[in-house]
Design a protein around this ligand. Sequence first.
Ligand SMILES: Nc1ncnc2c1ncn2[C@@H]1O[C@H](COP(=O)(O)OP(=O)(O)OP(=O)(O)O)[C@@H](O)[C@H]1O
Ligand code: SF4
Ligand SMILES: [Mg+2]
Length: 316
Amino acid sequence: MSILSVRDLKISFKLQGAWHPAVNGISFDVERNETVCIVGESGCGKSITALSIMGLLTPAARLEGAIEYNGQNLLEISEKDLEKIRGDKLSMIFQEPMTSLNPVLKIGQQIAEPLIFHKGLSLNDAWKEAKELLELVRIPDASARLNQYPHQLSGGMRQRVMIAIGLACKPDILIADEPTTALDVTIQAQVLALLDEIRKEQDLSIIMITHDLGVVANIADRVAVMYAGDLVEMASVQNLFETPTYPYTQAFLSSIPRADRADKLKPIRGQVPPIYDMPEGCRFSPRCDEATEKCNQKPVLAGKMHQTRCWMRGEV
Ligand SMILES: Nc1ncnc2c1ncn2[C@@H]1O[C@H](COP(=O)(O)OP(=O)(O)OP(=O)(O)O)[C@@H](O)[C@H]1O
Ligand code: SF4
Ligand SMILES: [Mg+2]
């Protein structure tokens, strides 16, 4: 059984009196010890998908479908039961550690807190564990750092502290929403390598949200590509990079600058439509060079190992 199964998840917002799906019935599984990257253009629904798995989405959103963790549907359990799981078995790290860390609490207190809340550790034991966690995320001089405040650490170190907090209770699943975007490239690579090492050591599953295909190449086992609230392609990282099939993914891959083919750089024309004004059929059709009459009907996600939602592609 997969550690997490997202089934036909639909997330809608009410705008001008009508409900509009910002995530339009997506399904995917995450296996134990696997890293699934969710990629896609800004506004395609990556963050709200992650927040809905954590049960942290605004109550203004309407959720349908199922998010099954260990056989229980997280959309149906009580807030009290969800609180027990959140931060314990499922945890999340965000893009900007400075806004996620509390500026007036010492680093040690912030790492100790989930250990006291979820595991019932004494402050003393939680503090010892916090030191070990700082060592796990390779922060030198851990004892001294425990007594410091977030502003006394570099951006890369703060992100490592966030990872330490996320890992404190030994979660089954760590969701990371653009965790390295605010970091410079070398620090970004170190943080990604660290996450990957910890995943192997701790049998962790990671859902990594990013619009950076460099991050995907570095860390993903499988990749889910989203476009305008639809899951449009899902494949192993190797298959996705070698034989991308969905026209948006192909355009997305060739829109990245690369020193060896600067002349072929192709930006994707147009932009993602707003959720209240989505085309009827394929949501990518206004921007797709291959669109035909048939694309006015909604394509289904077809295939097994390599899935694509496009009328012009069969099973890969
Ligand atoms: N509270 C809200 N009310 C109405 N619409 C919302 C709300 N929150 C998100 N949306 C819409 O849902 C869609 C998906 O948003 P989401 O934040 O998940 O995008 P994203 O893929 O994470 O983008 P980015 O890469 O910019 O972070 C967007 O069109 C956004 O406008
Ligand atoms: S279904 Fe049609 S419009 Fe959509 S991606 Fe395929 S070819 Fe393009
Ligand atoms: Mg986002």
